[in-house]
Design a protein around this ligand. Structure first.
Ligand code: AMP
Ligand code: ZN
Length: 467
């Protein structure tokens, strides 16, 4: 049985224990990218946090089936096609490819399914038809609308007050605010110059909200456990997903909803439309390390907003460096003795328990990171005292494995490169002994160019990888 996991449920506005419909198996839907441009690091705050959630669930012992949709038909995509005279494929495929490259760069574990909206038009039309058959829709000027006052629970997730709901008035755009809580479009009637599909309601294309309901229910069932996204998705997107799905099936759609707060820049949400954004590629070009960006996005409790600054990124970089330094030191300094330091082992065991407890408490990442860096400190202290026997090193290594199964911040090891570096360091030492400083400088420069930094210490030359 998995260990209990407490999460804050947006729907109940309380911290609750996550109890999946099928014991031990969490079915999770995470709203994915709209592929008309590169995702910015605000989007990646959401995806990296969802990766933390997924990995924390797995650490607690749950099996996870995760779906992340690819929105490849939506208002912004249509606009791009028209502005730049592109086919749907030309407008979207480069950004689908970029998205997968970026999630690999950030070490976001792959979901089980990445369905694309355009491959699920049939499922969307089935939901729309079911809604029409149940009398929850009406047609106007070739489009099909959801009548929000026909669905009792409308507004429950976003705490929308009755007086704010304006049924009878309509909204056609995929994105809108609470001020526009009106009947929303399920199927948009064909307009000149737009891609379209045939349907029982005439030629047209799906509304964005319908897309997620169809893909979620196809892969996870009509009722499933957990649905996430950024807080900007609560209204209207998730509110509309609930109305459509429950309206069509008559069953509860999702039991738990979790939402991540925004990545901000100078007090404002990072957003394409505001122009205040960095893509992952922007930061990599400036020389920042993917692992540091991952830690920066991961390291703040998800329900609080996170202000993006380069100082914050520098701090994350030095924290990742601390993890690397400890790993390098353990490799460099052989164990002096066999056996265990019992007191050390007990402290490490407690840190691991603390890490798990923190993540199970609504993903309290600050405490979890406290346990990790506390462990790093203990390890340095034990090494400084020259008291880390081989059994305790193994204990430490398995603790780090638990941490890294969730954080995934360890340096990639490359045994071939390591050997080459060691050989070059030997050559450099020989050159220095022979007072051939030109040669020793050349070797240092060659290593620097390959991202390897040398430091000459009283114990000899040590090296580390530039992040
Ligand atoms: P979009 O492509 O705009 O639909 O966004 C994809 C995901 O990123 C959604 O879950 C959004 O809620 C989330 N998102 C967008 N901007 C931000 C931001 N500045 N901070 C955190 N999450 C964001
Ligand atoms: Zn969605």
């Amino acid at each position: 049985m998995p260990a209990p996991m407490q999460i804050y449920n947006t729907l109940s506005r309380r911290v609750e224990e996550l109890e999946p419909l099928e014991p031990g198996h969490v079915r999770l839907y995470t709203c994915g990218p709209t592929v008309y441009d590169y995702a910015h690091i605000g989007n990646f705050r959401a995806y990296v946090w969802e990766d933390l959630l997924r990995r924390a669930l797995k650490l607690a012992g749950f099996r996870v089936t995760q779906v992340m949709n690819i929105t490849d038909i939506e208002d912004k995509i249509i606009k791009k096609m028209n502005d730049e005279n592109l086919t749907l494929e030309q407008a979207t495929q480069p950004y689908v490819d970029a998205f997968f490259e970026d999630i690999d760069t950030l070490r976001i574990e792959r979901a089980e399914h990445y369905p694309r909206a355009t491959d699920h038009i049939r499922e969307m039309l089935q939901i729309a038809s079911a809604l029409r058959d149940r009398g929850l829709t009406y047609e106007s000027q070739g489009s099909l609308y959801f009548k929000i006052d026909s669905f009792d629970g409308y507004g429950r997730l976003s705490n929308l007050e009755n007086r704010e709901v304006m049924s009878g008035a309509r909204v056609d755009s995929d994105e809108y605010g609470k001020d526009d809580a009106r009947d929303f479009v399920l199927w948009k009637g064909h307009r000149e110059g737009e891609v379209s599909w045939p349907s029982p309601f005439g030629e047209g294309r799906p509304g964005w909200h319908l897309e997620c309901s169809a893909m979620a229910m196809k892969y996870l069932g009509e009722s499933f456990d957990l649905h996430t996204g950024g807080v900007d998705n609560i209204f209207p997107h998730h509110e509309n997903e609930i109305a459509q799905s429950e309206g069509a099936t008559g069953k509860p759609f999702v039991r738990y909803w979790m939402h991540v707060a925004h990545l901000m820049v100078d007090g404002e949400k990072m957003a394409k439309s505001k122009g205040n954004f960095y893509t992952l590629r922007d930061l990599l070009e400036r020389g920042h390390a993917p692992r540091a960006i991952r830690l920066l996005l991961l390291g703040t409790y998800y329900r609080g907003s996170l202000n993006f600054t380069f100082e914050g990124l520098a701090k994350a970089t030095s924290e990742v460096q601390r993890l690397d330094d400890m790993a390098a030191r353990l490799e460099r300094e052989p164990a002096g003795s066999d056996g265990h330091d019992e007191a050390f082992d007990a402290r490490i065991e407690e840190r691991v328990a603390e890490f798990k407890r923190a993540l199970a408490a609504d993903l309290n990442i600050s405490s979890a990171l406290g346990a990790v860096f506390g462990t790093v400190r203990e390890a340095h202290q034990a090494l400084d005292r020259g008291e880390l026997p081989s059994g305790s090193r193994e204990q430490l290594a398995s603790a780090m494995d638990v941490f890294q199964s969730v954080l995934d911040l360890a340096a990639e090891t490359d045994a071939g490169l390591d050997e080459e570096v060691e050989a070059l360091i030997e050559q450099r030492n020989a050159a220095r002994k022979a007072k051939n400083f030109a040669e020793s400088d050349r070797i240092r420069a060659e290593l620097t160019a390959r991202g390897i930094l040398l430091e000459d210490t009283p114990q000899g030359t040590v090296w580390k990888r530039k992040l």
